[in-house]
Write a protein that binds this ligand. Structure first.
Ligand code: MLT
Length: 265
């Protein structure tokens, strides 16, 4: 399905019935990273999964994509769907940065938060420099070059060994990103604010999910996030890297299902 927002057209999936669950994908991915959740959780919730601007089937608008802008897109999508109740917002990695921005701007829209493979802190200077290098690489070699450079870091060693089909699928998803989207998201992530001070202010139920073998964001960071959010739950999934929702779909969905039941009650 597609919807026209203020300055761009967004493609999204909306499946299932019940309390809404908004799932925000990571970089440089698309809503397709949530295929096992759309299939596995739509019996328990109304799963809404957008392609962020510049990714998947959504329009690639030129410019820097701040996390606030991406959160605004998600909020406008919910409004367009006439969702009138607070939603559980779940984001993976960059989707988590967007989730923090969403909570900052629209706390009254949030019933609970799922923070998957993400971190609250901003980019330090070396990470900012890497964003510029990646933007130059995308300009030169397109999304294929970005996929080539990122693929070895996205998954657990076990996944590379045992699940070549999934490795190929992740490459395909990354290659579907547009160069404008890659650049826009890189600049938005480079300049994102520090969400660490927000953690102690969060008043909603929070589930922190992380892969034990995440090479991009070490699980210790999830432990630190969990320690700062009062009443939060933490689950570290075995044999999964950065893309735990694809690598351990059953464990991921089970954790989310259990969490949703506590949010509803
Ligand atoms: C992601 O998976 O969304 C990105 O790796 C996050 C980042 O580059 O900071």
């Amino acid at each position: 399905m597609k919807v026209r927002l203020k300055d761009c057209t967004i493609e999204y999936q909306d499946r299932g019935e019940g309390a809404p669950l908004l799932l925000i994908h990571g970089y440089p991915l698309s809503r397709k990273q949530w295929d096992p959740q759309i299939d596995g959780l739509s019996g328990a919730a109304r799963v809404i999964a957008p392609d962020l601007r510049g990714f998947g089937g959504s329009e690639a608008v030129a410019g820097d994509y701040t996390m606030e802008m991406l959160a605004d897109d998600c909020h406008a999508l919910l409004e367009g769907l006439d969702i009138l109740q607070p939603v559980v917002v779940g984001g993976l990695s960059m989707g988590g940065y967007v989730t923090f921005a969403f909570y900052r701007k629209y706390p009254e829209w949030v019933a609970g938060l799922i923070l998957a493979a993400t971190r609250p802190g901003p980019d330090a200077d070396p990470a900012k420099a890497k964003r510029d290098e990646a933007a130059a690489l995308a300009q030169k070699g397109g999304s294929a070059a970005i996929a080539e450079s990122m693929l070895p870091k996205m998954l657990s060693p076990k996944t590379y060994q045992n699940n070549p089909g999934l490795v190929g699928r992740v490459r395909e998803i990354m290659e579907s990103a547009s160069v404008e989207g890659i650049r826009g998201a890189l600049m938005g992530m480079k300049n994102r604010p520090d969400s660490t001070p927000l953690l102690e202010e969060i008043q909603k139920p929070v589930l922190v999910l992380h892969g034990a073998d995440d090479q991009l964001i070490p699980p210790q960071e999830a432990e630190a996030t969990h320690a700062k959010i009062k009443g939060s739950r933490l689950q570290i999934l075995p044999d999964s890297g950065h893309l735990l929702c694809l690598e351990q779909p059953h464990l991921f969905n089970q954790a989310v299902r259990e969490f949703l039941s506590t949010v509803e009650s």
